[in-house]
Write a protein that binds this ligand. Structure first.
Ligand SMILES: O=C(O)c1ccccc1N[C@@H]1O[C@H](COP(=O)(O)O)[C@@H](O)[C@H]1O
Length: 203
């Protein structure tokens, strides 16, 4: 049997969300630090992150924030990984490397397929053009592409389509936010459990 699918649940704001994701078996949980209905501050993320066992990656999610702010918030919150969306360059990833974080580069799937590691990142997240919008893209174009090994599929995933998406795109992992919410910005613990189960159902 191969390596189990890596599952990240993003945009968590409460103890209930975090406990549901950890108990469901998520490998990573995300705290959004940029403009979003899911935004939390560094102190909240630090408090929530303290509930998370060592083996689960806590990820700080940033979009178009100055690098100095990314570093400061990542340090204050104690997240173990940093996920960058926007116009960041390879030099930014090199600079963050010194902080010891696992680095995740987010990119939209377009005419060219980004490759994991190109910017010195540890994981590549391929998403729809507007992150966190719940919009899917044509992931059936992924198999045989050059994305590399550690790439995560994101964008419009939910308990009822994630198994099909994994079968079609064959990612190393998946990431979800909107698809496990009862309403925008409010997670549903039951959907989190369903999502993790469905994501790994064809493994
Ligand atoms: O969730 C947000 O609001 C967000 C804001 C800024 C950057 C990234 C954000 N979320 C990321 O969006 C994808 C999944 O989105 P969805 O499942 O389609 O809603 C995931 O990578 C989140 O980390």
């Amino acid at each position: 049997m191969g390596e189990a699918l890596f599952v990240k649940i993003c945009g968590l704001k409460t103890e209930l969300d975090v406990d549901a994701a950890v108990e469901a078996g998520a490998d990573a949980i995300g705290f959004v630090f940029s403009a979003s209905p899911r935004r939390v501050d560094a102190a909240t993320a630090a408090r929530l992150g303290a509930r998370v066992p060592e083996g689960v990656l806590t990820v700080g999610v940033f979009k178009d924030e100055p690098l100095g702010d990314v570093r400061a918030v990542a340090e204050e919150s104690g997240v173990r990984a940093v996920q960058l969306h926007g116009d960041y360059e390879a030099a930014d990833f090199r600079e963050l490397r010194a902080g010891g974080w696992t680095l995740i580069r987010a990119a939209a799937f377009g005419d060219t397929v980004p490759r994991c590691g190109e910017f010195g990142e540890d994981m590549l997240l391929l998403d729809a053009p507007v992150p966190g919008s719940g919009t899917a893209w044509d992931w059936s174009r992924m198999p045989g592409s050059a994305a590399g090994e550690r790439w995560l599929l994101a964008g419009g995933l939910a308990p009822d389509n994630v198994a099909e998406a994994v079968a079609a795109a064959r990612p190393w992992g998946v990431d979800v936010s909107s698809g496990v919410e009862a309403s925008r910005g409010v997670k549903d613990p039951a959907l989190i459990v369903e999502f993790v189960k469905a994501a790994r159902s064809r493994a």
